[in-house]
Design a binder for this molecule. Structure first.
Ligand SMILES: Nc1ncnc2c1ncn2[C@@H]1O[C@H](COP(=O)(O)OP(=O)(O)OP(=O)(O)O)[C@@H](O)[C@H]1O
Ligand SMILES: CC(C)(CO)[C@@H](O)C(=O)NCCC(=O)O
Ligand SMILES: [K+]
Length: 242
């Protein structure tokens, strides 16, 4: 079995792959002595480790962990100009986050021949336009929910609200509710606006796909139809290794 890993800025996510079939999904953060290691230690030895990373400063500890656990070096999968059914117009193509490219490859495999807008709601939110021919037409990057809350708190210490798990209305009557509503509805509104404008290059039958750590939390705020694909980036990585 192959071990697929996605090193994000907040968390590392992983899955075990047998061909295109994924199982054993896990995630961990980087606190303490890289907390994720306690969850992967003792796993069966993978036949290979495939990894993408947008958190370069985490790579060294990850490589060391793989070496100590399994005497294996991870193989890294960067963004390409062309590959796995995706043709990228990003300039230069290798500067596109490897997680974005993998998610596009995942979208291509899951929805062949279809135009897809991929909204990956992680540390940053990325909204990426993949047309029906597999051309990545470009996208947008904005702060994720936690990042936006953190930025507000840092710059304006009275704004201590952070997006909790309950539903916020557009008319918050406490600081907490006003910040919560602003963050949730703001992010959902941004995704919908970007999806709408990407219709110009995707056509109006494009589908909207949500993924990433905050996708489930944002889902109730969207009024546009969408699909939630929990592990789209790892699905794409599975395509890239097989
Ligand atoms: N168990 C968790 N630990 C930390 N964050 C979580 C967890 N569950 C959901 N989240 C939310 O997920 C977001 C991070 O999402 P995700 O793990 O997809 O990001 P990432 O891949 O690390 O980031 P990026 O790829 O944008 O650098 C955070 O904003 C946080 O609110
Ligand atoms: C935007 C993030 C942080 C999302 O994880 C990542 O894809 C990244 O660091 N990208 C590099 C910059 C870019 O994609 O243009
Ligand atoms: K991500």
């Amino acid at each position: 079995m192959r071990l697929l890993c996605d090193l994000g800025n907040t968390r590392i996510k992983w899955a075990w792959a047998e061909g295109a079939t994924l199982s054993g999904f896990g995630s961990g953060d980087y606190s303490g002595v890289e907390a994720y290691t306690t969850r992967l230690t003792g796993s069966v030895r993978p036949t290979m480790i495939a990894a993408i990373s947008v958190a370069r400063h985490r790579n060294e500890a990850f490589v060391r962990f793989c070496e100590e656990q399994w005497a294996l070096a991870p193989q890294w999968y960067p963004s390409l100009r062309e590959g796995f059914g995706v043709s990228s117009l990003y300039e230069p193509p290798e500067t596109l986050g490897a997680d974005r490219f993998a998610a596009l490859a995942g979208a291509r495999a899951r929805f062949p021949g279809q135009a897809v807008c991929v909204a990956d709601c992680g540390t940053a939110i990325t909204v990426d336009a993949l047309d029906g021919d597999g051309v990545f037409q470009g996208g947008a990057i904005l702060p994720g929910l936690s990042a936006a809350a953190c930025a507000l708190r840092l710059i304006a210490p009275r704004l201590t609200g952070s997006p909790g798990d309950r539903f916020y209305a557009a008319y918050g009557r406490t600081t907490q509710d006003a910040v919560g509503g602003g963050l949730m509805l703001g992010a959902a509104g941004a995704i919908e606006r970007l999806f709408r404008d990407q219709g110009a290059v995707l056509g109006h039958d494009a589908r909207l796909v949500l993924t990433g750590g905050d996708a489930a939390r944002l889902a109730p705020y969207l009024s546009t139809p969408f699909e939630h694909v929990a592990h789209l980036t790892l699905e794409g990585l599975a395509v890239m290794v097989s």
